[in-house]
Write a protein that binds this ligand. Structure first.
Ligand SMILES: NC(=O)C1=CN([C@@H]2O[C@H](COP(=O)(O)OP(=O)(O)OC[C@H]3O[C@@H](n4cnc5c(N)ncnc54)[C@H](O)[C@@H]3O)[C@@H](O)[C@H]2O)C=CC1
Ligand SMILES: N[C@@H](CC=O)C(=O)O
Ligand code: NA
Length: 427
C-alpha cells in the first residue's frame, strides 16, 4: 500500500485540528482512501499545546516543507497573502498538490494560482476557505453541477454571526463577544477582516465565481461590516419582527450580477434568521433543484480541519485525475450597489415638534417610496426635545432610496447621522 505524505504549514487553530483528526481517524481515512496518509513534515514557528506532534519532523522554516521531496501534498494554514502566496507557488512548482483554507489568498490570487497548478499538473483545493466545515464548494461544483445558479445568500462569517448572536440573545457587548470569538479561534489574525466584512467578501467572491462560472476580481464585492450595529438596532429590529444578520448576497440578474456583503434585517421566520453562534448557512438557488440550504460550523479548529482533510482525501483518491476547481468562463459584469432592490430600515433623531413627522414621510412619498412602518421611540427624558425615529420602507431601488435619504438629511427637524440597514426578504 502506497503511503501518501503530507506537509503541514501553520500549527495554529486549524493546523492543530488537522493533526488531531489525523491522529484520531487515521484508520478510517486509510479505509476510505485505500492508502496510508501520514503527516510527514510540519512547518511551524512554535510548538502547539493543542496537539501532539512529537513523532513528526518539524521545521521552523515552512519553505523546507515546500522543498521536501518526501511531501506529496502541502497543506497551507499560515494565513495571509504574502508568504502564503510564495509558499503555495513554491509547492506547486515543486510538483506538490496544495490544500489551503486561505480565502484571502484564493480571492486575491486564485486566478494566478489555479493557472499555475494546471501548468504544473497538480491540484489546488480550498473547501475550508468558504463556510468552514460546510462542504459548500463541493455542493456548488458537484452536487448542483446541472443547475444554472440564480442566487447565493448566506451567513459566511462565523465571528460576525457569533458577535451578532451574542448581542441579540445574551445582551453581550460587541467588544466582549469579539474577544470570546477570538478566544475560541474563530476570528482572523486581524479581526478587522471579520467585523468589517472583508472575510465575507473574500468568501462571497469565491462562491459567486464558482456558482456563476465567472472569475470575479478581487474587490468586486460591495462590502459593509457589522461594526456599526448597535444594541438599539437589534432591539428595534426584533420589535419589527426581524433579526439582524450579516449576509453575503450574490444574485444573477439579466444584465449582470449583484455581489454584496452587508448586515441585513432578516424576517424572524426565515431559517437564516435562526442560524446562530459561529454557524454559517448558505442558501443556493438553482434553476432545476430550487432552493438548497446548507448549515454547519463556519469556523473553529476541527470543523475547518474537516474540510481541509476532505480535500486531501479527494486528492489521495483521485490523484492526478482530481481537478483544480476554478471558474472557466469569461468575466462577468458586476452591477453597482445602487442598482439593487431592497427594503430599508433607518434610525435617526428628530426634533419633537409638530410637522416634523409629516415632513419625514413626505421625503419618501415625494420619491414614490411607501413606508411599511414608522415609529417614534420613547424619549430619554421629558426635557429631551429630540426623539428617535425608526422607519421601514417597502422595496425600492437603492439609487431612489438614496435620493430620499438626501432629502431626509436636509430637513431642519432631522438631527445627526442616519443609520441604515437593508432588509432582505428575497432568498
Ligand atoms: N480559524 C478558523 O476558524 C478558520 C480559519 N481559516 C483560515 O485558515 C488559515 C489558518 O487560520 P488559523 O489556524 O485560525 O490561524 P492561526 O493564527 O491560529 O494559525 C496560523 C499559524 O501559522 C503560523 N505562521 C504564520 N506565518 C508563519 C510563517 N511564516 N512561518 C511559520 N508559521 C507561520 C502562526 O504562527 C500560527 O501558529 C487562515 O488562512 C484562515 O483564514 C479558514 C476557515 C476557518
Ligand atoms: N474568521 C473566519 C474563520 C472562518 O473562515 C470566520 O469567522 O468565519
Ligand atoms: Na467549506
Amino acid at each position: 500500500m502506497k503511503v501518501v505524505k503530507l506537509g503541514l504549514c501553520g500549527l495554529g487553530t486549524v493546523g492543530s485540528g488537522v493533526v488531531n483528526i489525523f491522529e484520531r481517524n487515521a484508520d478510517l481515512i486509510r479505509r476510505r482512501t485505500g492508502k496510508r496518509v501520514v503527516i510527514n513534515h510540519i512547518g511551524a514557528r512554535s510548538d502547539s499545546t493543542q496537539c501532539d506532534v512529537a513523532n513528526i519532523k518539524l521545521s521552523r522554516d515552512i519553505f523546507a516543507v515546500a522543498n521536501d521531496d518526501d511531501v506529496d501534498i502541502l497543506i497551507e494554514l499560515i494565513g495571509g497573502t504574502t508568504v502564503a502566496k510564495d509558499l503555495v507557488e513554491a509547492a506547486l512548482k515543486n510538483g506538490k498538490h496544495v490544500v489551503t483554507a486561505n480565502k484571502a489568498l484564493i480571492a486575491e490570487h486564485g486566478d494566478h494560482l489555479f493557472k499555475l497548478a494546471e501548468e504544473c499538473e497538480v491540484v489546488l483545493r480550498y473547501e475550508a476557505a468558504v463556510a468552514g466545515g460546510i462542504p459548500i464548494i463541493k455542493t456548488l461544483t458537484e452536487g448542483l453541477s446541472a443547475n444554472e445558479i440564480h442566487s447565493i445568500v448566506g451567513i459566511i462569517n462565523g465571528t460576525g454571526n457569533f458577535i451578532l448572536s451574542a448581542m441579540t440573545n445574551e445582551g453581550k457587548t460587541f467588544e466582549s463577544a469579539l474577544a470570546e470569538a477570538q478566544r475560541l479561534g474563530y476570528a482572523e489574525a486581524d479581526p478587522t477582516f471579520d467585523v468589517e466584512g472583508i472575510d465575507a467578501a473574500h468568501k462571497l467572491q469565491i462562491l459567486a465565481s464558482l456558482g456563476f462560472d465567472k472569475p470575479f476580481e478581487f474587490g468586486s464585492v460591495s462590502t459593509e461590516g457589522i461594526s456599526k450595529i448597535t444594541p438599539a438596532d437589534i432591539e428595534y429590529a426584533k420589535e419589527l419582527g426581524y433579526r439582524i444578520k450579516h449576509l453575503g448576497i450574490a444574485r444573477r440578474r439579466h444584465h449582470g450580477f449583484e455581489l454584496r456583503v452587508h448586515p441585513a434585517l432578516v424576517p424572524v421566520k426565515h431559517s437564516l434568521a435562526n442560524v446562530d453562534d459561529a454557524l454559517n448557512a448558505v442558501f443556493l438557488y438553482g434553476d432545476a433543484v430550487g432552493g438548497v440550504l446548507s448549515v454547519g460550523a463556519g469556523a473553529g479548529s476541527e470543523p475547518t480541519a474537516s474540510a481541509v482533510i476532505a480535500d486531501v482525501v479527494d486528492i489521495v483518491k483521485a490523484g492526478e485525475a482530481a481537478r483544480v476547481i476554478r471558474p472557466k468562463q469569461t468575466k462577468g459584469k458586476v452591477l453597482p450597489l445602487e442598482d439593487a432592490e431592497s427594503s430599508y430600515y433607518i434610525r435617526f433623531k428628530a426634533i419633537d415638534k409638530a410637522g416634523v413627522m409629516a415632513a419625514i414621510t413626505s421625503a419618501f412619498s415625494n420619491h414614490g417610496i411607501s413606508l411599511e412602518a414608522i415609529s417614534q421611540k420613547e424619549k430619554q427624558s421629558a426635557e429631551d426635545d429630540q426623539v428617535t425615529v425608526v422607519l421601514l420602507t417597502h422595496g425600492v431601488r437603492e439609487w431612489l432610496f438614496n435620493q430620499a435619504l438626501i432629502d431626509l438629511k436636509a430637513l431642519d427637524g432631522v438631527v445627526g447621522d442616519i443609520a441604515m440597514i437593508r432588509v432582505e426578504t428575497r432568498f
